[in-house]
Design a protein around this ligand. Structure first.
Ligand SMILES: Nc1ncnc2c1ncn2[C@@H]1O[C@H](COP(=O)(O)OP(=O)(O)OP(=O)(O)O)[C@@H](O)[C@H]1O
Ligand SMILES: [Mg+2]
Length: 191
């Protein structure tokens, strides 16, 4: 788990403890489980899109933990963290070259990009360029990429462009998380 990028908050997230009461939630859970079970046979990625606190990271972590247990290499990383890692490669005494980092990320069995669209303005070109390269290279290597975002399809299209989105969604899975935040639900139950 050390290298996976799974945060403490999500370290216990699995398919079994994802509470699905509505039809939509059951559908999201079933699709995430299907993606996990069919991982070896499919090369498409996934996009979990929707409201805050609805369990996008929860289900992505469930997929990641399951695959890691099977010995697969999986990393969950936010776009901000990714950009920071790449920027630090340009420092004089960086232990790793940009090309090596890219190679590393391209080689992962599953890369899950988190918080796409959170930093809408800052360093946009740099990040979009990075995503373009990464997703392109991963697709050429038949490696799937997962994406977690609060943006809807149109907003993703605007941010990432047709090229990335076409590749990401053609063989991939799109799940919309439209219900209210689990965080606020838990809070209101506690009150
Ligand atoms: N249906 C659910 N059953 C059990 N726990 C849930 C469920 N949905 C969310 N949670 C829990 O609520 C917290 C927030 O969920 P999570 O981090 O997955 O949200 P998110 O959709 O990624 O939100 P954001 O868009 O803000 O990043 C986590 O601790 C997660 O385990
Ligand atoms: Mg999240």
């Amino acid at each position: 788990m050390g290298r996976s990028g799974i945060q403490k908050l999500h370290s216990r997230c699995g398919f079994r403890n994802y509470q699905a009461t509505t039809r939509e939630q059951k559908d999201a859970l079933a699709k995430a489980l299907d993606f996990y079970k069919g991982f070896n046979d499919s090369k498409g990625g996934f996009v979990f899109s929707g409201n805050v606190g609805t369990g996008k990271n929860h289900l992505a972590t469930a997929i990641a933990r399951g695959l890691i247990q099977q010995g697969k290499s999986v990393v969950i990383v936010t776009i901000a963290e990714l950009a920071m890692r790449f920027r630090s490669c340009y420092e004089k005494d960086s232990p790793i070259k940009e090309s090596e980092l890219l190679e590393d990320l391209v080689g992962l069995d599953l890369l899950i990009l988190d918080e796409i669209g959170v930093q809408k303005q800052a360093n946009n070109d740099f990040e979009i360029n990075l995503l373009n390269q990464l997703i392109d290279r991963r697709q050429l290597n038949l490696k799937p990429t997962g994406m977690l975002t609060n943006l809807n399809y149109q907003e993703m299209l605007k941010l990432l462009g047709n090229r990335i989105m076409d590749r990401q969604t053609c063989a991939g899975l799109w799940v919309s998380f439209t219900w209210q935040s689990y965080r606020s639900k838990k809070k209101s139950l506690a009150e």
